[in-house]
Design a protein around this ligand. Sequence first.
Ligand code: IPD
Ligand code: CA
Length: 285
Amino acid sequence: MTPAELKSREQFLISTLRAATPLLLEGFTLTPGSDAKRNQAIGTSEKSSFKDLVTVYDQRVEHFLVERLQKAFAGETIIGEEASSQNKLQKDDYAKHDLFWILDPIDGTTNYVRAYPFFSSTIALMKKVNGQALPQPVVAATWNPVSGEMFHATKNGGAWLNEQRLQVSKVKNPQQSLVTTGFASARSQSSERPFELFTKITKSTLGVRRDGSAALDLAYVACGRIDAYWEWGLSPWDTAAGALLVEEAGGRLSSHSGSPWDSLSGEILATNGSIHDWMLEQIAE
Ligand code: IPD
Ligand code: CA
C-alpha cells in the first residue's frame, strides 16, 4: 500500500469517526445522573462480570462504523469488539489475514456508563508488513468526541492530533514523569501485581493516572501529556491504533519483559523511550 493510499484511508477514518459523534454524544448526554434511569436509557448490561459493561450505544456505534467501512472497502475483514468479544481472538485467526480493520466503538465503557468524559472510539487498519507473521497497525485513528481531539497516524507518515504533528515527551528523569495505567477486569481480580506496581511507581514519579481508556492512554503518550503507560489483560482493539500513534510520535513499545510488543499478548509498555528501561526495571522487580 503506497503512502498516498494509507493517507487516504486515514482521512476516511477521520471523517467516519467524526460522523459517529452525534450518536456517541447522544448516549453520553442522555440523562444527567449516573443512576438506574441513566442505565435504562443507555441500555447498560454486564458481559463477563459486573466489571465488564456494555451499553446499547457500544453496539449502535459499532454497527454505524462497520457499515461505513463495509461500504467503502467491500470484502475487507472487520473485527469489532462487540461482535467478536464472544470469540476470543487467536494468533491463528489473526495470522490468517494479510489485512483487516480492528475497532472498539467505545473504549472506556465504564466511564461512558457514568457519563464521565474520558472515552474514545478507535480504529486501526492492520497489515502484514515486510513478511511479518502477524499484522501490524498501518493506519490509526482515535477520537475523543467530548474534547474534539482526533489522534491519527499512518505507518511512516507521522502521528497527529487534529492538524498538529505529535512527538513524545523528552522527560528523562522518572521523578519528573507522569505515567498512567489501567486495571483490566479479569486480571485485577486475580493478581495483586498491578496494584503493587501502582503503589511503587506512584512513589517514585510525579504520579500515576488511571483514566480508563487504553486507546486514549496511548494517544496521551504519543502527544507527550504522559511519559509512560503500562497494562495487562488488554484486547487487541484497545491497543492497535494507539500503538501506531506512539511509534509514529517517536516513542517505544514493548512487552513487560522488553521483547517486541505483540498485539495479542494483552500486555503493553509504551513510553517516550527515555524512561523505557527504567519502567522495565520497575515492572521486573
Ligand atoms: C477497557 C479500557 C480500560 C482498560 C480495560 C479495557 P473497554 O476497554 O481500555 O482503560 O483498563 O482493560 O478493557 O472495555 O472500555 O472497551
Ligand atoms: Ca469497548
